[in-house]
Design a protein around this ligand. Structure first.
Ligand code: CA
Length: 230
């Protein structure tokens, strides 16, 4: 979690300075933006979490939030002076993950940042391989190959994810059965072969010369896709 990049969007310099200092003390990398325009610019560099003030001089925080949500799942904590329940609910309705009401304690904000990063870390995970050729979205159970959606059965998805999360590692058929079907699975471990065959037909350009799931003769399988950065 240390080193996570946080963008603080707030036009009140005093608040920005305090929040930045507290976050940096915890080892976060902090960028700041004083306007909505700057915020949208700052996002292009890639951030792990956004602290977004609702009241900004140019663009309303709600609108920035909506704009961000059009193409990003980045966690957002809203800072709001509006304390009415309605506004809070609306804040979450437009895609904020959490909100903090002003005046707030910086310590509490830092705690919320950490909690949200923990909560979203495993959830919004997309892993991709071979320059984006194969993408696996673990939260949405979605897979794309060459930008096109691939329809996998739940078992196929679990099997692929299990292999792809540990590129290079060799799994025996029994390990895979246990990992995806559970210990009470009554089938023969060669069932895995049938699933692998189906997955290959869906994600490999040439299922006979796979570039993702390789057979390790006499043992099992290994994922050989090359993970993309981030
Ligand atoms: Ca403000």
């Amino acid at each position: 979690m240390k080193g996570s990049r946080i963008l603080v969007v707030e036009d009140e310099e005093k608040i920005t300075d305090i929040v930045k200092a507290y976050l940096e003390r915890e080892g976060f990398k902090v960028g700041t933006a004083a306007t909505g325009q700057e915020a949208l610019e700052g996002l292009k560099d890639g951030v792990d979490l956004i602290i977004l003030d609702l009241m900004l001089p140019d663009i309303a925080g709600e609108d920035i939030c909506r704009a961000i949500r059009e193409d990003s799942d980045v966690p957002i904590i809203m800072l709001t002076a509006k304390s009415e329940e309605e506004d809070r609910i609306r804040g979450l309705g437009i895609g904020a993950d959490d909100y903090v009401v002003k005046p707030f304690s910086p310590r509490e904000l830092v705690a919320r940042v950490k909690a949200l990063l923990r909560r979203t870390k495993g959830l919004k995970k997309t892993i991709s391989f071979n320059q984006g050729d194969l993408r696996i979205d673990a939260a949405r159970f979605e897979v794309t190959k060459g930008g096109k959606p691939v329809v996998l059965t739940p078992t196929e998805f679990k099997l692929l994810l299990n292999l792809a999360e540990r590129p290079g590692q060799v799994f025996t058929r029994l390990q895979l059965v246990n990992a995806i079907l559970g210990y009470d699975f009554e089938g023969y471990d060669r069932t895995i072969d049938a699933h692998i065959k189906n997955i290959r037909h869906k994600i490999e350009d040439d299922p006979r010369a796979p570039s993702y799931i390789k057979t390790v003769y006499g043992i099992g399988y290994r994922f050989i896709g090359s993970p993309d950065e981030n």
